[in-house]
Design a protein around this ligand. Structure first.
Ligand SMILES: [Zn+2]
Length: 444
Protein backbone atom coordinates (compact mmCIF):
# COMPACT_ATOMS: atom_id res chain seq x y z
CA UNK A 1 0.00 0.00 0.00
CA UNK A 2 1.32 3.43 -0.90
CA UNK A 3 0.60 6.74 0.79
CA UNK A 4 1.60 10.22 -0.29
CA UNK A 5 3.50 11.53 2.71
CA UNK A 6 3.22 15.33 2.98
CA UNK A 7 6.23 15.28 5.28
CA UNK A 8 8.60 13.95 2.61
CA UNK A 9 6.48 15.05 -0.37
CA UNK A 10 6.75 11.54 -1.74
CA UNK A 11 4.61 8.54 -2.44
CA UNK A 12 5.85 5.97 0.06
CA UNK A 13 5.20 2.34 0.85
CA UNK A 14 3.07 2.16 3.98
CA UNK A 15 4.86 0.22 6.71
CA UNK A 16 3.06 0.32 10.06
CA UNK A 17 5.15 0.81 13.19
CA UNK A 18 3.65 -2.39 14.55
CA UNK A 19 2.64 -5.24 12.30
CA UNK A 20 -1.13 -5.39 11.84
CA UNK A 21 -1.78 -2.15 13.73
CA UNK A 22 -2.43 1.42 12.57
CA UNK A 23 -2.59 4.46 14.81
CA UNK A 24 -4.36 7.44 13.25
CA UNK A 25 -4.95 10.94 14.58
CA UNK A 26 -6.96 13.59 12.73
CA UNK A 27 -7.28 17.20 13.90
CA UNK A 28 -10.87 17.80 14.95
CA UNK A 29 -13.07 20.89 15.02
CA UNK A 30 -13.02 23.98 17.22
CA UNK A 31 -16.53 23.70 18.57
CA UNK A 32 -18.25 27.08 18.39
CA UNK A 33 -20.47 26.69 15.29
CA UNK A 34 -22.04 24.16 12.95
CA UNK A 35 -19.78 22.56 10.37
CA UNK A 36 -20.14 23.20 6.65
CA UNK A 37 -19.77 20.63 3.87
CA UNK A 38 -16.11 21.56 3.40
CA UNK A 39 -15.46 20.49 7.00
CA UNK A 40 -17.22 17.22 6.21
CA UNK A 41 -14.59 16.27 3.64
CA UNK A 42 -11.90 15.13 6.13
CA UNK A 43 -14.66 13.57 8.24
CA UNK A 44 -15.68 11.40 5.29
CA UNK A 45 -12.24 10.79 3.86
CA UNK A 46 -10.41 9.73 7.03
CA UNK A 47 -13.39 7.61 8.04
CA UNK A 48 -12.92 5.83 4.70
CA UNK A 49 -9.18 5.44 5.38
CA UNK A 50 -10.00 3.83 8.69
CA UNK A 51 -12.60 1.54 7.12
CA UNK A 52 -10.17 0.49 4.40
CA UNK A 53 -7.43 -0.41 6.87
CA UNK A 54 -9.99 -2.47 8.77
CA UNK A 55 -11.06 -4.12 5.54
CA UNK A 56 -7.39 -5.02 5.04
CA UNK A 57 -7.40 -6.67 8.46
CA UNK A 58 -5.58 -4.00 10.46
CA UNK A 59 -6.39 -3.22 14.05
CA UNK A 60 -7.03 0.54 13.85
CA UNK A 61 -6.81 2.98 16.77
CA UNK A 62 -8.38 6.25 15.64
CA UNK A 63 -8.53 9.53 17.56
CA UNK A 64 -9.75 13.00 16.67
CA UNK A 65 -9.98 15.86 19.14
CA UNK A 66 -12.40 18.60 20.08
CA UNK A 67 -10.83 22.02 20.59
CA UNK A 68 -13.11 23.27 23.32
CA UNK A 69 -10.86 26.10 24.54
CA UNK A 70 -10.37 28.92 22.06
CA UNK A 71 -10.84 32.68 21.66
CA UNK A 72 -13.73 32.12 19.23
CA UNK A 73 -15.52 29.96 21.80
CA UNK A 74 -15.08 32.64 24.46
CA UNK A 75 -16.45 35.32 22.10
CA UNK A 76 -19.42 33.10 21.28
CA UNK A 77 -20.11 32.39 24.96
CA UNK A 78 -20.09 36.13 25.75
CA UNK A 79 -22.37 36.80 22.77
CA UNK A 80 -24.86 34.11 23.84
CA UNK A 81 -24.50 34.90 27.56
CA UNK A 82 -23.65 31.26 28.22
CA UNK A 83 -20.70 29.45 29.73
CA UNK A 84 -18.03 28.12 27.37
CA UNK A 85 -19.06 24.61 28.40
CA UNK A 86 -22.66 25.21 27.36
CA UNK A 87 -21.46 26.41 23.97
CA UNK A 88 -19.00 23.57 23.39
CA UNK A 89 -21.34 20.82 24.64
CA UNK A 90 -23.96 22.03 22.19
CA UNK A 91 -21.59 22.11 19.21
CA UNK A 92 -19.84 18.83 20.07
CA UNK A 93 -23.20 17.14 20.04
CA UNK A 94 -24.14 18.95 16.79
CA UNK A 95 -20.83 17.84 15.25
CA UNK A 96 -21.38 14.20 16.13
CA UNK A 97 -24.92 14.37 14.72
CA UNK A 98 -23.42 15.70 11.46
CA UNK A 99 -20.73 13.00 11.45
CA UNK A 100 -23.46 10.38 11.67
CA UNK A 101 -25.51 12.20 9.07
CA UNK A 102 -22.73 11.71 6.50
CA UNK A 103 -22.47 8.02 7.47
CA UNK A 104 -19.13 8.41 9.25
CA UNK A 105 -18.47 6.46 12.39
CA UNK A 106 -18.46 8.13 15.79
CA UNK A 107 -16.89 5.23 17.69
CA UNK A 108 -13.44 6.76 17.94
CA UNK A 109 -11.38 8.36 20.73
CA UNK A 110 -12.57 11.96 21.24
CA UNK A 111 -10.24 13.88 23.56
CA UNK A 112 -11.25 17.39 24.63
CA UNK A 113 -8.78 20.12 25.54
CA UNK A 114 -10.56 20.79 28.84
CA UNK A 115 -9.88 17.18 29.84
CA UNK A 116 -6.21 17.44 28.86
CA UNK A 117 -5.12 20.59 30.66
CA UNK A 118 -2.75 18.74 33.04
CA UNK A 119 -1.06 16.91 30.14
CA UNK A 120 -0.77 20.14 28.14
CA UNK A 121 0.75 22.04 31.10
CA UNK A 122 3.16 19.18 31.67
CA UNK A 123 4.12 19.18 27.99
CA UNK A 124 4.82 22.93 28.05
CA UNK A 125 6.80 22.58 31.27
CA UNK A 126 9.07 19.98 29.65
CA UNK A 127 9.60 22.28 26.66
CA UNK A 128 10.59 25.04 29.11
CA UNK A 129 12.92 22.68 31.01
CA UNK A 130 14.69 21.70 27.78
CA UNK A 131 15.12 25.30 26.68
CA UNK A 132 12.75 25.04 23.69
CA UNK A 133 10.28 27.42 25.27
CA UNK A 134 10.56 30.67 27.19
CA UNK A 135 8.35 32.71 29.42
CA UNK A 136 7.61 36.29 28.58
CA UNK A 137 5.31 38.04 30.99
CA UNK A 138 2.56 35.51 31.70
CA UNK A 139 2.88 33.98 28.21
CA UNK A 140 4.98 31.01 27.12
CA UNK A 141 6.38 30.85 23.58
CA UNK A 142 8.10 28.16 21.55
CA UNK A 143 11.62 29.03 20.37
CA UNK A 144 11.32 28.20 16.67
CA UNK A 145 14.97 28.92 15.77
CA UNK A 146 16.06 26.04 18.00
CA UNK A 147 14.52 23.56 15.51
CA UNK A 148 17.00 23.12 12.67
CA UNK A 149 14.63 22.09 9.89
CA UNK A 150 11.58 24.14 10.90
CA UNK A 151 9.38 24.48 7.79
CA UNK A 152 10.11 21.01 6.41
CA UNK A 153 6.47 19.93 6.24
CA UNK A 154 5.19 23.05 4.52
CA UNK A 155 8.36 23.37 2.41
CA UNK A 156 9.15 26.74 3.82
CA UNK A 157 12.47 28.19 4.61
CA UNK A 158 12.81 29.81 7.99
CA UNK A 159 14.46 32.99 6.61
CA UNK A 160 11.68 33.40 4.03
CA UNK A 161 9.15 32.89 6.77
CA UNK A 162 10.75 35.57 8.91
CA UNK A 163 10.97 38.08 6.06
CA UNK A 164 7.42 37.21 4.99
CA UNK A 165 5.98 37.43 8.49
CA UNK A 166 3.98 40.53 9.21
CA UNK A 167 5.80 42.79 11.58
CA UNK A 168 3.86 41.90 14.66
CA UNK A 169 3.37 44.36 17.42
CA UNK A 170 4.40 41.79 19.95
CA UNK A 171 7.54 42.75 21.74
CA UNK A 172 7.09 39.77 24.02
CA UNK A 173 8.48 37.38 21.39
CA UNK A 174 12.16 36.79 20.71
CA UNK A 175 11.30 36.04 17.09
CA UNK A 176 8.10 36.82 15.12
CA UNK A 177 7.74 33.11 14.18
CA UNK A 178 7.70 31.90 17.78
CA UNK A 179 4.27 30.56 18.59
CA UNK A 180 2.18 30.69 21.74
CA UNK A 181 2.15 27.68 24.04
CA UNK A 182 0.40 29.38 26.93
CA UNK A 183 -1.52 32.62 26.85
CA UNK A 184 -1.88 34.91 29.81
CA UNK A 185 -5.53 35.98 29.96
CA UNK A 186 -8.16 37.52 32.14
CA UNK A 187 -11.11 36.99 29.78
CA UNK A 188 -13.12 33.78 29.64
CA UNK A 189 -12.15 30.28 30.67
CA UNK A 190 -8.69 30.03 32.28
CA UNK A 191 -6.56 27.53 34.11
CA UNK A 192 -3.89 27.60 36.76
CA UNK A 193 -0.38 26.67 35.61
CA UNK A 194 3.08 27.06 37.19
CA UNK A 195 3.80 29.72 34.59
CA UNK A 196 0.64 31.71 35.30
CA UNK A 197 -3.12 31.75 34.93
CA UNK A 198 -4.18 31.45 31.31
CA UNK A 199 -5.08 29.02 28.58
CA UNK A 200 -3.14 26.77 26.20
CA UNK A 201 -2.27 27.58 22.61
CA UNK A 202 -3.84 25.47 19.89
CA UNK A 203 -0.68 23.75 18.62
CA UNK A 204 0.20 22.01 21.89
CA UNK A 205 -3.19 20.34 22.30
CA UNK A 206 -2.81 17.79 19.56
CA UNK A 207 0.75 16.74 20.43
CA UNK A 208 -0.06 16.43 24.14
CA UNK A 209 -3.13 14.33 23.34
CA UNK A 210 -1.25 12.14 20.87
CA UNK A 211 1.51 11.55 23.42
CA UNK A 212 -1.04 10.55 26.06
CA UNK A 213 -3.34 8.44 23.86
CA UNK A 214 -0.76 6.71 21.68
CA UNK A 215 2.35 6.98 23.80
CA UNK A 216 4.74 7.68 20.97
CA UNK A 217 5.03 8.42 17.29
CA UNK A 218 1.87 7.46 15.43
CA UNK A 219 1.49 6.01 11.94
CA UNK A 220 -0.76 8.58 10.29
CA UNK A 221 -1.58 12.18 11.15
CA UNK A 222 -4.33 13.66 9.04
CA UNK A 223 -6.11 16.93 8.49
CA UNK A 224 -7.11 19.50 5.91
CA UNK A 225 -4.38 21.11 3.80
CA UNK A 226 -5.10 24.41 5.56
CA UNK A 227 -3.55 22.94 8.70
CA UNK A 228 -0.14 22.29 7.12
CA UNK A 229 1.12 25.64 8.25
CA UNK A 230 1.41 26.72 10.94
CA UNK A 231 -0.54 24.10 12.93
CA UNK A 232 1.11 20.88 11.79
CA UNK A 233 4.51 22.48 11.34
CA UNK A 234 4.28 23.56 14.96
CA UNK A 235 3.13 20.15 16.14
CA UNK A 236 6.23 18.68 14.51
CA UNK A 237 8.52 21.33 16.05
CA UNK A 238 7.28 20.49 19.54
CA UNK A 239 7.55 16.72 19.11
CA UNK A 240 11.05 17.08 17.69
CA UNK A 241 12.01 19.18 20.69
CA UNK A 242 10.78 16.60 23.19
CA UNK A 243 11.07 13.29 21.38
CA UNK A 244 13.24 13.81 18.33
CA UNK A 245 10.50 12.61 15.93
CA UNK A 246 7.91 14.24 13.73
CA UNK A 247 4.76 13.03 15.58
CA UNK A 248 3.75 10.73 12.72
CA UNK A 249 5.49 8.57 10.14
CA UNK A 250 2.98 9.65 7.48
CA UNK A 251 1.25 13.00 7.18
CA UNK A 252 -1.88 13.11 5.02
CA UNK A 253 -3.70 16.26 3.94
CA UNK A 254 -6.98 16.55 2.09
CA UNK A 255 -7.75 19.32 -0.39
CA UNK A 256 -10.51 21.89 -0.19
CA UNK A 257 -14.14 21.50 -1.12
CA UNK A 258 -15.19 24.59 -3.05
CA UNK A 259 -18.69 25.62 -3.83
CA UNK A 260 -19.73 26.71 -7.35
CA UNK A 261 -16.12 27.48 -8.19
CA UNK A 262 -15.31 29.54 -5.10
CA UNK A 263 -14.20 29.16 -1.55
CA UNK A 264 -16.90 28.47 1.01
CA UNK A 265 -17.73 31.81 2.57
CA UNK A 266 -20.64 32.95 4.65
CA UNK A 267 -20.39 36.56 3.52
CA UNK A 268 -20.87 35.66 -0.16
CA UNK A 269 -23.77 33.37 0.63
CA UNK A 270 -21.69 30.40 -0.47
CA UNK A 271 -22.00 28.19 2.54
CA UNK A 272 -23.88 24.95 3.03
CA UNK A 273 -24.03 23.53 6.52
CA UNK A 274 -24.05 19.77 6.91
CA UNK A 275 -27.15 19.99 9.09
CA UNK A 276 -28.98 21.69 6.19
CA UNK A 277 -27.99 19.10 3.58
CA UNK A 278 -31.11 17.61 2.08
CA UNK A 279 -29.52 15.12 -0.29
CA UNK A 280 -29.08 11.45 0.52
CA UNK A 281 -25.85 11.04 2.57
CA UNK A 282 -24.88 8.16 0.28
CA UNK A 283 -24.95 10.54 -2.69
CA UNK A 284 -22.89 13.13 -0.82
CA UNK A 285 -20.32 10.49 0.14
CA UNK A 286 -20.14 9.15 -3.39
CA UNK A 287 -19.62 12.70 -4.63
CA UNK A 288 -16.90 13.45 -2.05
CA UNK A 289 -15.02 10.21 -2.68
CA UNK A 290 -15.22 10.52 -6.45
CA UNK A 291 -12.38 13.05 -6.37
CA UNK A 292 -8.95 12.04 -5.11
CA UNK A 293 -8.51 13.38 -1.57
CA UNK A 294 -5.55 15.59 -2.44
CA UNK A 295 -7.38 17.40 -5.25
CA UNK A 296 -9.92 20.16 -4.72
CA UNK A 297 -13.60 19.34 -5.21
CA UNK A 298 -16.13 21.68 -6.72
CA UNK A 299 -19.66 21.39 -5.39
CA UNK A 300 -22.47 22.30 -7.78
CA UNK A 301 -26.06 21.13 -7.95
CA UNK A 302 -25.50 19.62 -11.42
CA UNK A 303 -22.61 17.49 -10.19
CA UNK A 304 -24.62 16.37 -7.21
CA UNK A 305 -27.52 15.38 -9.48
CA UNK A 306 -25.23 13.21 -11.56
CA UNK A 307 -24.17 11.33 -8.42
CA UNK A 308 -27.79 10.99 -7.43
CA UNK A 309 -28.35 9.09 -10.69
CA UNK A 310 -25.20 7.04 -10.13
CA UNK A 311 -26.39 6.02 -6.68
CA UNK A 312 -29.79 5.13 -8.07
CA UNK A 313 -28.15 2.69 -10.52
CA UNK A 314 -26.21 1.05 -7.70
CA UNK A 315 -29.28 0.89 -5.51
CA UNK A 316 -31.44 -0.68 -8.21
CA UNK A 317 -29.06 -3.46 -9.10
CA UNK A 318 -28.27 -4.21 -5.47
CA UNK A 319 -31.96 -4.47 -4.62
CA UNK A 320 -32.54 -6.70 -7.64
CA UNK A 321 -29.77 -9.05 -6.51
CA UNK A 322 -31.10 -9.08 -2.98
CA UNK A 323 -34.67 -9.78 -4.08
CA UNK A 324 -33.70 -12.58 -6.43
CA UNK A 325 -31.63 -14.28 -3.75
CA UNK A 326 -34.28 -13.74 -1.13
CA UNK A 327 -37.06 -15.22 -3.27
CA UNK A 328 -34.94 -18.31 -3.76
CA UNK A 329 -33.82 -18.59 -0.13
CA UNK A 330 -30.24 -18.04 -1.18
CA UNK A 331 -29.40 -14.94 0.89
CA UNK A 332 -27.37 -16.98 3.33
CA UNK A 333 -26.06 -19.60 0.95
CA UNK A 334 -22.55 -20.19 -0.30
CA UNK A 335 -21.04 -17.66 -2.64
CA UNK A 336 -19.16 -18.75 -5.71
CA UNK A 337 -16.42 -16.51 -6.99
CA UNK A 338 -16.68 -15.57 -10.62
CA UNK A 339 -13.40 -14.63 -12.35
CA UNK A 340 -14.85 -11.28 -13.52
CA UNK A 341 -15.93 -10.44 -9.98
CA UNK A 342 -12.51 -11.30 -8.68
CA UNK A 343 -10.99 -8.99 -11.24
CA UNK A 344 -13.28 -6.15 -10.11
CA UNK A 345 -12.28 -6.73 -6.49
CA UNK A 346 -8.61 -6.64 -7.44
CA UNK A 347 -9.15 -3.37 -9.29
CA UNK A 348 -10.72 -1.95 -6.15
CA UNK A 349 -7.81 -3.05 -3.96
CA UNK A 350 -5.27 -1.76 -6.44
CA UNK A 351 -6.98 1.64 -6.49
CA UNK A 352 -7.27 1.93 -2.72
CA UNK A 353 -3.69 0.75 -2.25
CA UNK A 354 -2.50 3.55 -4.52
CA UNK A 355 -2.75 6.40 -2.01
CA UNK A 356 -6.48 5.85 -1.47
CA UNK A 357 -7.50 6.43 -5.05
CA UNK A 358 -11.21 6.39 -4.25
CA UNK A 359 -12.29 7.65 -7.73
CA UNK A 360 -10.77 4.54 -9.33
CA UNK A 361 -12.18 2.36 -6.55
CA UNK A 362 -15.62 3.80 -7.33
CA UNK A 363 -15.06 2.97 -11.01
CA UNK A 364 -14.54 -0.63 -9.88
CA UNK A 365 -17.91 -0.44 -8.11
CA UNK A 366 -19.50 0.87 -11.31
CA UNK A 367 -17.99 -2.11 -13.15
CA UNK A 368 -19.68 -4.27 -10.56
CA UNK A 369 -23.01 -2.60 -11.39
CA UNK A 370 -22.55 -3.49 -15.07
CA UNK A 371 -21.43 -7.01 -14.30
CA UNK A 372 -24.32 -7.61 -11.89
CA UNK A 373 -26.85 -6.43 -14.46
CA UNK A 374 -25.35 -8.91 -16.94
CA UNK A 375 -25.49 -11.70 -14.39
CA UNK A 376 -29.12 -10.95 -13.60
CA UNK A 377 -30.06 -10.87 -17.29
CA UNK A 378 -28.24 -14.10 -18.04
CA UNK A 379 -29.88 -15.96 -15.15
CA UNK A 380 -26.52 -16.70 -13.59
CA UNK A 381 -26.18 -19.23 -10.78
CA UNK A 382 -27.44 -17.98 -7.41
CA UNK A 383 -24.02 -18.62 -5.88
CA UNK A 384 -22.50 -16.14 -8.34
CA UNK A 385 -25.23 -13.56 -7.71
CA UNK A 386 -24.58 -13.93 -4.01
CA UNK A 387 -20.92 -13.34 -4.58
CA UNK A 388 -21.71 -10.13 -6.52
CA UNK A 389 -23.93 -8.96 -3.67
CA UNK A 390 -21.25 -9.69 -1.09
CA UNK A 391 -18.76 -7.71 -3.13
CA UNK A 392 -21.16 -4.76 -3.05
CA UNK A 393 -21.42 -5.20 0.73
CA UNK A 394 -17.64 -4.93 1.01
CA UNK A 395 -17.52 -1.80 -1.14
CA UNK A 396 -20.36 -0.24 0.85
CA UNK A 397 -18.59 -0.97 4.11
CA UNK A 398 -15.38 0.74 2.95
CA UNK A 399 -17.08 3.73 1.29
CA UNK A 400 -19.56 4.12 4.17
CA UNK A 401 -22.64 3.67 1.97
CA UNK A 402 -25.81 2.36 3.55
CA UNK A 403 -28.63 0.44 1.96
CA UNK A 404 -31.73 -0.43 3.85
CA UNK A 405 -32.93 -3.83 2.69
CA UNK A 406 -34.49 -6.67 4.58
CA UNK A 407 -35.79 -10.07 3.54
CA UNK A 408 -39.43 -10.26 2.54
CA UNK A 409 -42.00 -11.64 4.96
CA UNK A 410 -43.15 -15.18 4.12
CA UNK A 411 -46.56 -13.97 2.92
CA UNK A 412 -45.03 -11.29 0.65
CA UNK A 413 -42.60 -13.75 -0.80
CA UNK A 414 -45.53 -16.04 -1.70
CA UNK A 415 -47.39 -13.16 -3.35
CA UNK A 416 -44.27 -12.28 -5.32
CA UNK A 417 -43.84 -15.85 -6.56
CA UNK A 418 -47.53 -15.99 -7.53
CA UNK A 419 -47.10 -12.74 -9.47
CA UNK A 420 -44.10 -14.17 -11.31
CA UNK A 421 -45.98 -17.36 -12.16
CA UNK A 422 -49.08 -15.47 -13.36
CA UNK A 423 -46.89 -13.37 -15.66
CA UNK A 424 -45.18 -16.45 -17.03
CA UNK A 425 -48.58 -18.09 -17.70
CA UNK A 426 -49.89 -14.83 -19.23
CA UNK A 427 -52.69 -14.73 -16.66
CA UNK A 428 -52.82 -10.95 -16.73
CA UNK A 429 -55.77 -10.49 -14.38
CA UNK A 430 -54.05 -12.39 -11.57
CA UNK A 431 -50.73 -10.74 -12.39
CA UNK A 432 -52.36 -7.29 -12.02
CA UNK A 433 -53.93 -8.30 -8.73
CA UNK A 434 -50.64 -9.49 -7.25
CA UNK A 435 -48.75 -6.52 -8.63
CA UNK A 436 -51.18 -4.15 -6.94
CA UNK A 437 -50.69 -5.88 -3.60
CA UNK A 438 -46.89 -5.73 -3.95
CA UNK A 439 -47.00 -2.10 -5.05
CA UNK A 440 -49.24 -1.11 -2.17
CA UNK A 441 -46.71 -2.62 0.21
CA UNK A 442 -43.86 -0.78 -1.53
CA UNK A 443 -42.11 -4.03 -2.45
CA UNK A 444 -41.93 -3.25 -6.15
ZN1 LIG B 1 -4.17 19.39 15.44
Amino acid sequence: MKIFNSYTNKLEEFVPRYKGKVNIYVCGPTVYSYIHIGNARPVIFFDTVRRYFEHRGYDVKFASNFTDVDDKIITKAIELEQTEKEVTDKFISAFLTDVEKVNSRTDYIQPRVTEYIDEIINYIQRLLDKGYAYQSGGDVYFRVTKIKDYGVLSNRNIDDLISGARIEVNSKKENPLDFTLWKDTDVGIKFDAPFGIGRPGWHTECVAMIEDIFGEEIDIHGGGSGLLFPHHENEIAQAKALHGHSVAKYWMHNGLLNISGGKMSKSEGKMILVKDLTIDPNVFRLFTLSTHYRSPINYTDEVLNSYDKEWDKILRVYKALFLKLDLNDMLYGNAKIDPDLLLIYKEFLKAMDADFNTPNAITAMQDLVKKSNQLLRSSAEFEVLLSAMKLFDNFFEVFGLKIDVSPLAKEDKETYLLWERARKEKDFDSADKYRNILQAKGII
